[in-house]
Design a protein around this ligand. Sequence first.
Ligand SMILES: [Zn+2]
Length: 65
Amino acid sequence: MPICSACGRDCQEVTVDFGIGHYEYWGAPGYDTRPALVSNCCEADCVWPEDEEPVDEEEVEPEWQ
Ligand SMILES: [Zn+2]
């Protein structure tokens, strides 16, 4: 479980869109989206403890002879 860098408690990572959404610039419509992964409590960075980092497990095939 990640830890919130703002309050130091366990948190969950949530995606928040910091974009401004729909906008119009000189008559041209656009959509601004800036998704960011933040903690659900403070919208701050999440810190993963080193021993909980996802590890790629190498697939080791047992050799039967
Ligand atoms: Zn927090």
